[in-house]
Design a protein around this ligand. Structure first.
Ligand code: NAG
Ligand code: NAG
Ligand code: NAG
Ligand code: NAG
Length: 391
């Protein structure tokens, strides 16, 4: 019946809703406060501002210019300052009220330092503890156990979206301040191995493709790594490739330019890859599908599911399928579309055409926005209906 179909649709659209709204802009939020201008400047310089704006549930622990100047007096490199400041970005929402109501009075929460590739174990976690007299202390878990900073005031709160709080001191740790490798010293395979892409990293090392990836970092490199489960289920097929086909398949997962998520969203179109070599095109098409970015080869369509590292000039994304180039694999024959029975987020095996089959390349950019607005309208109408039905 129609209702059976409408209820899941309603929930689906509901889930989509937050991601269709316009993001916040940390630069603009902080611009109102001249006493945070240094902190704000360094968020931009280290590209953390973009990372903050992309996240939907986030807390920024801002420090004033005086606190920043004590950090700057250490003369750390920009890359290292990025690591220190990424400890100030919590990937959870803490408004002033929630800070004072932490259960059992103390909690550990992950910061963005956790995803820099530099953090080991719990060193990317921040300890928030309610202290005597209503004070709230902050400290880095990796440190000496001291809570060296405390909550000063709330600057901006958009509940469960973004919270910007002032704390008294810079949070730092030996690990965050450790000299950070310049881009050319970043070890691609070990960064990937630490973040759920070990299987793919192992293939890159074993095949000899590592050098090509490494030497491209400095000039800009974007890598799409299929996650461990995806690579594991692809292993039987991979085995049948010759050594040079293996290298081509792996190089097909890198593009020789830095492309932030925002850039990928706006630069839809054909991308050359590290495997592209005159006659062998080895290209794929980047498409934006709502808030998702998909990579379409003629054989398969993969979706970006997360960011392993975004540190210009290198960015590494997780994807949910191995990219199969048409140079190595036959494109599937046109089949009548069949409904997917798999509603989970695990789409590895769904080879059925996506619901957006008739993507019109030219009507793309503006069309997508229009569609989303239409979707939201339907959602609102449906939620009203549902509300009435369930009353
Ligand atoms: C998050 O903040 C942005 C910018 O203020 C706003 O447009 C959006 O609606 C908010 N999202 C939610 C889920 O509140
Ligand atoms: C955020 O705001 C700043 C200052 O108003 C502006 O320069 C910047 O382009 C904005 N960023 C985004 C992603 O809109
Ligand atoms: C946070 O740090 C304080 C002070 O070192 C400590 O007593 C507390 O147990 C820590 N909290 C957690 C959840 O580890
Ligand atoms: C990266 O690190 C791994 C393991 O630590 C090592 O085997 C590999 O040779 C390194 N690669 C480069 C390019 O330094």
């Amino acid at each position: 019946m129609a209702l059976k179909f409408l209820i899941p649709l309603f929930f689906y659209l509901f889930l989509l809703l937050p991601s269709t709204s316009h993001g916040h802009n940390i630069t603009r939020i902080l611009a109102k406060y001249p006493e945070f201008s240094t902190f704000n400047h360094y968020l931009t310089l280290t590209h953390l501002a973009g990372d903050i704006n992309r996240r939907l549930t986030i807390t920024v622990l801002a420090v004033d210019n005086a606190a920043m100047s004590s950090l700057l007096s250490k003369k750390l490199s920009t890359y290292t300052i990025r690591n220190v400041l990424s400890l100030h970005v919590l990937v959870d929402y803490f408004g002033a009220k929630k800070l004072h109501q932490i259960s059992k009075g103390s909690t550990l929460t992950a910061s963005m330092f956790q995803s820099t590739g530099a953090a080991e174990g719990t060193s990317g976690y921040v300890n928030i503890t309610n202290l005597k007299g209503g004070k709230v202390g902050f400290g880095v878990v990796d440190g000496d156990g001291k809570l060296n900073a405390h909550f000063v005031k709330s600057l901006k709160e958009i509940p469960y979206n973004i919270s910007v709080l002032q704390i008294s001191q810079v949070l730092t740790s030996a690990e965050a301040e450790a000299p950070t490798a310049g881009p050319s010293e970043l070890n691609l395979t070990s960064i990937m191995a630490k973040q759920g892409c070990k299987a793919f990293a192992d293939l890159i090392k074993a095949s000899g493709a590592e050098t090509t990836f490494q030497t491209n970092i400095e000039a800009g490199l974007t890598v799409f790594c299929p996650t461990d489960n995806v690579v594991k289920s692809f292993a039987p097929q991979y085995k049948h490739l010759t050594a040079s086909q293996k290298v081509s398949l792996l190089l097909y997962h890198g593009i020789p330019v830095y492309q932030s998520l925002q850039m990928l969203k706006t630069n839809n179109g054909i991308m050359n890859t590290l495997a592209t070599d005159n006659a062998n095109k080895y290209d794929f098409t980047v498409q934006t599908d709502g808030e998702d970015v998909t990579l379409e080869t003629k054989v398969t369509t993969a979706k970006i599911t997360g960011t392993v590292l975004d540190q210009e000039p290198l960015v590494i994304y997780k994807i949910n399928k191995v990219l199969l180039p048409k140079e190595l694999y036959k494109a599937p024959e046109a089949k009548p579309p069949k409904p997917s029975k798999n509603n989970g987020d695990d789409e590895e095996e769904a080879d059925a055409p996506s619901e957006q089959e008739s993507d019109d390349q030219t009507a793309d950019e503006n069309g997508a926005g229009g569609l989303m607005d239409g979707g939201r309208l339907i959602m609102i109408a449906l939620s009203l209906c549902m509300g009435i039905l369930f009353m």
